[in-house]
Design a protein around this ligand. Structure first.
Ligand SMILES: NC(=O)c1ccc[n+]([C@@H]2O[C@H](COP(=O)([O-])OP(=O)(O)OC[C@H]3O[C@@H](n4cnc5c(N)ncnc54)[C@H](OP(=O)(O)O)[C@@H]3O)[C@@H](O)[C@H]2O)c1
Length: 301
């Protein structure tokens, strides 16, 4: 069938394209770019039926959307893209380096007090931070099966500033020569809870991976498997975020550090917003989605 391709920004007509009615929206950008060279590269295109409307879903086809011959398809240019893996690697390798920089207690930052011994709690905190970000790096490379290969490059600067900046703030304080550790029981309770939340977060990431066959963009209703940590799927849609928030709350308890509390609140708020969006999408996408599930906090939200 014939489609007319138009810019969503200024309604400039790129031209007409001939494609099979059965083509999926996900495959359409490559065809459009092949036939109309002046359109943005395929991974920069977001297709819609209205210049200000919602993006069409990759899994739909022209036929399933009941589109007729000659239909106008608007192309929104998403701007320069960067591979997700590169994004995650920069987002996560940065905090590791930044945290360890303060942990090394440079005198240029801490002055004459830099020689004071580092407390056991600060050593444990550095180990926890390292384990968390090494785990995330390894998950990015070996576990996650992302559906989108790229994202807009401007997000890289936003996300890196968030992760690197907060890490510097937390690490500066926890490794400060004047840092005062809470009592041993509080440190141990925080450490144990942190470890459990990290294992929980990892378990959920494995369960999400197993939902999607390799090389596909399939989405399914997540369900608990034989790993007891995945039981949280019975209560919330995004238990990986629940565990992640738990890990940073535990880290805050362990260190008694205000900067860590603020990081837990900022990350928690962002994950809450995402979880509400994902929860809404699950309910829209799957009619049989379990009714009793909340988005992120069991029985509450
Ligand atoms: N500290 C913080 O501020 C902070 C903030 C955000 C994230 N994080 C951490 O980073 C991790 C990854 O974040 P994320 O937002 O990318 O996690 P996510 O959206 O929950 O997804 C993780 C992976 O699972 C896939 N997936 C999710 N639901 C699926 C389903 N129903 N069927 C099939 N596959 C599915 C996703 O695919 P798609 O590519 O299709 O989505 C993605 O590859 C989080 O779990 C969290 O631990 C930390």
């Amino acid at each position: 069938m014939e489609i007319e391709v138009v810019s969503a920004k200024n309604s400039k007509v790129f031209g007409k394209c001939h494609v099979p009615a059965t083509i999926s929206i996900g495959d359409l950008p490559a065809q459009i770019h092949k036939q109309l060279k002046s359109t943005p590269a395929p991974n920069r295109q977001s297709l819609r039926l209205d210049p200000r409307g919602k993006a069409l879903k990759d899994s739909d086809t022209l036929q399933s959307l009941n589109l007729r011959n000659g239909v106008r398809i608007y192309v929104k240019d998403l701007g320069p893209q960067i591979a997700w893996t590169t994004v995650f690697l920069s987002e996560y390798a940065g905090p590791l380096l930044v945290y360890l920089l303060f942990y090394a207690r440079p005198s240029i930052i801490y002055g004459a007090d830099a020689d004071k011994p580092i407390s056991l709690t600060a050593h444990i905190a550095a180990a926890c931070y390292t384990v968390h970000y090494v785990k995330r790096l390894l998950e990015t490379i070996f576990v996650h099966r992302f559906s989108h290969a790229t994202m807009p490059i401007r997000n890289l600067f936003k996300n890196c500033s968030y992760y690197w900046g907060f890490t510097a703030y937390v690490s500066y304080h926890v490794n400060h020569p004047l840092f005062t550790s809470p009592c041993q029981v509080q440190v141990l309770v925080g450490l144990a809870a942190f470890a459990l939340c990290e294992i929980g977060n990892f378990s959920i990431h494995i369960a999400l991976r197993n939902l999607r066959p390799p090389g596909t963009k399939v989405r399914k209703i997540p369900m608990p498997d034989s790993n007891p940590f995945t039981q949280l799927f019975n209560l919330v849609s995004c238990p990986n975020y629940t565990y992640e928030i738990g890990a940073w709350v535990s880290f805050s308890i362990m260190t008694n550090c205000l900067a860590a509390v603020l990081f837990a609140i900022a990350g928690g708020y962002q994950m809450m917003v995402w979880a509400l969006g994902k929860h809404r999408n699950y309910k829209k996408e799957f009619t049989q989605y379990p009714k009793s599930r909340k988005a992120i906090f069991p029985f509450i939200l």
